[in-house]
Design a protein around this ligand. Structure first.
Ligand SMILES: NC(=O)N[C@@H](CC(=O)O)C(=O)O
Ligand SMILES: [Zn+2]
Ligand SMILES: [Zn+2]
Length: 348
């Protein structure tokens, strides 16, 4: 097997760059490899419309590494008060590429999210009409539903209805974590796709809970049992273009994760493509990585694929234990452990 892997430059279709003092960290790490990223809008307050997205985009562009062609693709955050006019303005902006549905209370900074899907049906109608994809954090929020079952319940309770009612709406089921989600996406039309994170391909809930509770593996949707991890690996390495790369790299300062009530989110942007390469290699499917990482997302969003390349070499290195994160520090996923692939910095 080759020790060198050259890929068309990948894109990340789901990332959290945050804001303010931590932007140099998140943007520099993402721009190392990714040509374009879909920037999640769950700031406080959220990015709700084209003008807020434009201001945020400028803050991101201001910290791009010199000479970088890194392009942030913006998404707006749907609330109960989003209007069809907001959608039309977002589409007309040319830099907003999606709208994100956070069920209120489902995850980090989702308090302003949608309380009932029926509230946004006129908005979804307009999105279908103008061709703005819907990105979904697919978990129900009722307290009586077990946290491990929240994604599965979301499919039957909400997603089936949305896909039936708006058959031309493009929908991305974000950061899927279950076999149920894989099967739903496989069975749906070509307008329905899904992103898969590196951490859900590499880990299951045992990694988080056996031998001690490990807060840096805690994210939402939460890591599931191994059989679900296997279903995600099957989907990602299948060559089915409905499944594509979205890291969900979601940094929180170390003190906010190593706490009595720790935040959800794993930081993978510093080594994202290297982690995906490990997952694909475990399946002897490295030849499927380029489609997943560099072709299918762009195709789904009707954007041109990138034209330049990156190269990974098989060479072990040790992940940092500590990254600067504004005035705080950050523990990345895999901190202090070996990684099997390394990015060759000069590109081909
Ligand atoms: N994935 C996470 O665990 N957290 C994300 C929010 C999200 O994508 O749900 C975050 O913003 O921290
Ligand atoms: Zn989410
Ligand atoms: Zn996310």
């Amino acid at each position: 097997m080759s020790d060198r892997l050259t890929l068309l430059r990948p894109d990340d279709w789901h990332i959290h760059l945050r804001d303010g003092a931590v932007l140099p960290r998140t943007v520099t790490d993402a721009a190392r490899v990714f040509g374009r990223v879909i920037v999640m809008p769950n700031l406080v307050p959220p990015v709700r419309n084209a003008s807020e997205a434009e201001a945020y985009r400028q803050r991101i562009q201001a910290v791009r590494p010199a000479a970088s062609r890194f392009e942030p693709l913006m998404a707006i955050y749907l609330t109960d008060r989003t209007t069809p006019e907001d959608i039309r303005a977002a589409k007309a902006s040319g830099f907003v590429h999606a709208a994100k549905l956070y069920p209120a209370g489902a995850t980090t900074n989702s308090d302003s999210g949608v309380t009932s899907l029926d509230n946004i049906f006129p908005v979804l109608e307009t999105m279908a009409e103008v061709g703005l994809p819907l990105l979904v954090h697919g978990e129900v929020t009722h307290s009586e539903v077990d946290v491990f079952d929240r994604e599965m319940h979301f499919i039957g309770e909400h997603l089936v209805r949305v896909v039936e009612r708006f058959p031309t709406l493009k929908v991305v089921f974000e950061h899927i974590t279950t076999r149920d989600a894989v099967q739903f996406v496989e069975a749906s039309g070509g307008n329905v796709g899904a992103t898969i994170t590196a951490h859900h391909l590499l880990y299951n809930r045992n990694h988080m809970l056996v031998g001690g509770i490990r807060p840096h593996f805690y994210c939402l949707p939460i890591l599931k049992r191994r059989t679900h991890q296997e279903a995600l690996l099957d989907a990602a390495t299948s060559g089915n273009p409905k499944f594509f790369l979205g890291t969900d790299s979601a940094p929180h300062a170390r003190h906010a994760k190593e706490a009595a009530c720790g935040c959800a989110g794993c930081y993978t942007a510093y080594a994202a493509i290297e982690l995906y390469a490990e997952a694909f290699e475990q399946r002897n499917a490295l030849e499927k990585l380029e489609g997943f990482a560099s072709h299918y997302g762009a195709d789904f969003y009707n954007m041109p694929r990138n034209t330049d390349h990156i190269t990974l070499i098989r060479e072990e290195w040790v992940a940092p234990t500590d990254l600067t994160f504004g005035e705080h520090s950050l523990t990345p996923l895999r901190a202090g452990e070996k990684l099997r692939w390394r990015l060759l910095e000069e590109n081909t």
